[in-house]
Design a protein around this ligand. Structure first.
Ligand code: ADP
Ligand code: MG
Length: 834
């Protein structure tokens, strides 16, 4: 036994030693992939397969035909898996069969359908840092999408990572050790450290990367991609491509272009905002929590769904681009017949991007070719239905970008059988009539089988043995079997081959001659089918660039029609987009809350924000009145409007903003598990540093995470700074009534409150936002509603009355109820609270 294992284990150890650290090795042994040592221990636990031991070596294995399933499980568990194959036929190999690692699959590069979420990109990120600039490269190997972006602050980079949520991130060794990276990847950050892949620094060098990218795209310079100004990001892109093609030994031929993203074209949403607004499900959000994506995603294709998510997380910041989308929506909402037809046709189209990735990587089968052909066959009707749309519009552009490829559809239709198998080396894929030689071979094989049936009947008649059978096994092929009791009747020309307990097995020269014909024909037919399949697959792969272009156009048409459908079904209107400063919404609704089945009927509200007298809106009102809902609603409607979508309102005018910031006070953000006051202040600092006069800021209960005096002081100072220095449009919900005094001295501050109706000692929430400050605290009413004993409520009223008597404060300074009388602070430029 030792003699058998040793050379084999030597080979195993060599392959394993060449792998990146932490990679599990699937070692091909016959019909199994085996794992040894620690790999076996870990995999047996993750895969729930039996761990055995040979020569003290722990091992476990999975059958090769089910390998994809096990691979998927390991990748989902965040592991990297190298797959080794036998590189020669064990039957003819001299000595030890040669084995090699053919590919390595990692969470960021997986193509297996069982692991991928059709509605999300699966990104592999590359990260690089030089001279204060962060370069980011994002590759979705499963669709071929590849883009780069540069940032000048770690925070902006972190936001971009949060938006794309990569499954894996390649970083240079030197950055791994740096404090910047540690700051970017805290445990709750966009990446858990386990998903970091650390590579050597030289793979991030600019010349190396540029050269690799040029060779990959077969261009003499990268100028055509417009990435001249992005050297740091290019370095990241080079490292990513090197990692995928050289280290993981993967085929990336379907990656056909590199795109450059520039922030100025987009409405920037930072990570906190993505989470606070519930735009899309994030890692920190509760499973199944309602999101805007959930409300809007009525797309018909996975490509459309992925694009919608991109649009949501990167709304536009350019007037013309927003209006172009709105114009398309306008056409689609006015012509319901067109909308219905286009959506029906889109539903016929499969995930073209991922189909092409699998076919291009050499893994596609006949069913995928068929899915491709069916999807392509739906394109002429789609394009025709969009004919006559206004030139220059997104609908006409989309139709024009769709390439029909009738020859390919015809080829696949003629060549691939109706219900082809998953396997590509076992025949059954090619349609009769496609290839004369194949037909001939298959006919021979069929005739052979018929001849065998005839032969059996003939021999039964000749010998008079009714139970005589012609059978087949792998050792000596076709044979005649006669039971012991009939042996006497066996003819003399039968050649004895094997004696069984109850029967004897014979062959005849005639039988052997036919066997050669049948088996030979079948084998040649199967080999020929494989060859023909490869040719057809290659014909499809040749069209990758055109199909990717069509896919992008289809994704866009899908998102536009889905948004049009939502607009009609949910009663949305087209907001007027301006380059001005005003945001005016009449009867706006919260798009997510109004859809909740268990929610009360939603009460619409207005908003007016501008760069002048309505710059900073302070909203007061009791707990549960609807403050948080209202300020988030305004931010959501702006995001939707800048996506180019229609919005839930009666009428709206939106001056384009460059960024939306939201910050939710620590004690109100418990659900996200980031409840420290420190985090609250960090996020507030980020807003104060990065917001501009064209930003929209939503602050919910800022300052609440600390003591009252502290909290009011900070909230007050933040509000003043935003009003005087930043001049951003701001919505500030607070339960500190003291802040309403800001309106007395600051020209751009307006007070609003949430209307509450009092009947006796009870209150009803009317959900109406009205001008003016809430004039008293309703806390005691709420306490009463909550069932606090009457005695306690009565005593609270007494104390409140006493406190209100002690109220003091100068104009322009916050008033603060205190238990004892005191004198206002003397210094005018100090925040003299006490
Ligand atoms: P606050 O921030 O003032 O404490 P919230 O915004 O959290 O209050 O709202 C409390 C509840 O009221 C939420 O459950 C929300 O669904 C409901 N609500 C808020 N605004 C409206 C509205 N305009 N119409 C209907 N229900 C609303
Ligand atoms: Mg609130």
């Amino acid at each position: 036994m030792t003699d058998v294992i040793t050379p084999l284990m030597g080979q195993y150890r060599r392959l394993k030693s060449e792998l990146p650290p932490g990679t599990l090795l699937f070692f091909r042994l016959g019909d199994f992939y085996e794992m040894f040592y620690d790999d076996a221990v870990e995999a047996s636990r993750l895969l729930d397969v039996t761990l055995t031991k040979r020569q003290q070596v722990p091992m476990c294995g999975v059958p090769y035909h089910a390998a994809e399933l096990y691979l998927a499980k390991l990748i989902k568990a965040g592991r990297k898996v190298a797959i080794s194959e036998q590189m020669e036929d064990p039957a003819t190999a001299q000595g030890l069969v040669r084995r090699d690692v053919v590919r390595i699959v990692t969470p960021g590069t997986v193509l297996e359908e069982q692991v991928l979420d059709a509605r999300r990109h699966n990104y592999l990120a590359g990260l690089c840092h030089a001279a204060g600039v962060f370069g980011l490269a994002m590759l979705d190997l499963s669709t071929g999408e590849f883009w780069i972006e540069q940032f000048t602050s770690p925070a902006a980079l972190g936001d971009a990572l949060a938006r794309s949520a990569p499954s894996e991130c390649v970083v240079p060794e030197s950055l791994r050790a740096s404090a910047e990276l540690a700051a970017l990847f805290p445990d709750s950050g966009p990446l858990r450290s386990g998903e970091l892949t650390v590579r050597e620094d030289w793979t991030f060098e600019l010349d190396f990367g540029r050269d690799l990218l040029q060779r990959h795209f077969r261009v003499l310079s990268l100028d055509g991609f417009g990435c001249d100004g992005q050297p740091v990001a290019l370095r990241a892109a080079g490292a990513v491509l090197h990692y995928v093609t050289d280290e993981l030994r993967r085929n990336a031929s379907h990656v056909r272009a590199l795109h450059v993203k520039t922030s100025a074209d987009f409405l920037m949403l930072d990570e906190g905002t993505l989470a606070h607004l519930d735009l899309v499900p994030t890692r920190s959000s509760a499973a199944g929590a309602p999101t805007l994506l959930g409300v809007l995603d009525q797309t018909a294709t996975p490509m459309g769904s992925r694009l919608l998510r991109d649009w949501l997380m990167r709304p536009l910041a350019r007037h013309a681009a927003i209006v172009a989308r709105q114009d398309a929506l306008e056409v689609l909402t006015r012509d319901r017949g067109l909308l219905y037809d286009v959506r029906t046709q889109l539903a016929e189209i499969r995930d073209l991007e991922r189909l092409m990735a699998r076919l291009g990587a050499g893994g596609g089968n006949a069913r995928e070719l068929q899915a491709l052909a069916r999807s392509l066959a739906a394109l002429p009707a789609l394009r025709a239905r969009l004919a006559g749309q206004p030139a220059g519009g997104l609908l006409a552009d989309g139709a024009a970008a769709i390439t029909l490829l009738p020859e390919l559809v015809d080829l696949i239709g003629r060549a691939i059988a109706d219900d082809p198998p998953l396997a590509i080396k076992e025949g059954g894929m090619i349609r009769r009539g496609y290839h004369a030689e194949l037909d001939e071979l298959l006919k021979l094989a069929t005739e052979g089988r018929q001849w065998l049936a005839d032969y059996q009947a003939r021999e039964q008649a000749r010998t008079g043995i009714k139970s005589l059978k012609v059978r087949h096994n792998n050792i000596f092929g076709y044979y005649i079997e006669i039971t012991k009791s009939n042996l006497a009747a066996a003819p003399a020309d039968y050649i004895r081959k094997q004696t069984m307990v109850n029967a004897e097995r014979f062959i005849t020269p005639e039988l052997k001659e036919y066997e050669n014909k049948i088996v030979g024909a079948q084998d040649r037919a199967t080999a020929l089918e494989y060859e023909l399949f490869l040719q057809i697959r290659e014909a499809a792969v040749q069209q990758t660039a055109a199909i990717q272009r069509s896919a992008a156009a289809i994704a866009q048409l899908d998102v536009l029609t889905a948004l049009a459908d939502r607009a009609l079904v949910l009663g949305y209107i087209r907001p007027r987009i301006t380059d001005g400063d005003a945001i005016r919404i009449r009867d706006g609704r919260h798009p997510v809350i109004e859809q909740l089945a268990e929610a009360e009927r939603f009460v619409p509200n207005d908003v007016l924000l501008d760069g002048a007298a309505n710059r900073l809106i302070i909203i007061t009102g009791p707990n549960m009145a609807g403050k948080s809902t209202y300020i988030r609603q305004v931010a959501l409607l702006v995001v939707m409007a800048q996506m180019g979508a229609f919005i839930p309102a009666a009428e709206a005018e939106i001056g384009v903003v460059d960024r939306v910031f939201t910050r939710v006070g620590a004690s109100d953000d418990l659900a996200r598990g980031r409840s420290t006051f420190m985090v609250e202040m960090q996020e507030t600092a980020n807003i104060l540093h990065n917001a501009t006069a064209h930003s929209l800021i939503v602050l919910d209960e800022i300052g609440r995470g600390t003591s009252t005096f502290d909290g009011i002081s900070i909230a007050w100072a933040v509000a003043e700074h935003l009003h005087n220095q930043v001049k951003a449009k701001t919505l500030f919900a607070t339960h500190y009534h003291e802040l309403t005094d800001l309106a007395l001295t600051l020209a751009g501050v307006k007070n609003y409150n949430v209307l509450v109706r009092e009947t006796g000692d009870r209150i009803a929430f009317l959900r109406r936002i009205v001008p003016g400050a809430a004039d008293k605290s309703y806390g005691i009413h709420v306490a009463r509603l909550a069932g606090l004993p009457d005695g306690v409520i009565g005593r609270a009223r007494e104390i409140l009355a006493n406190l209100e008597e002690g109220e003091f404060g100068d104009q322009g300074q916050p008033k603060l109820a205190r238990p004892r009388k005191g004198k206002a602070g003397a210094s005018p430029n100090q925040l003299a609270l006490f």
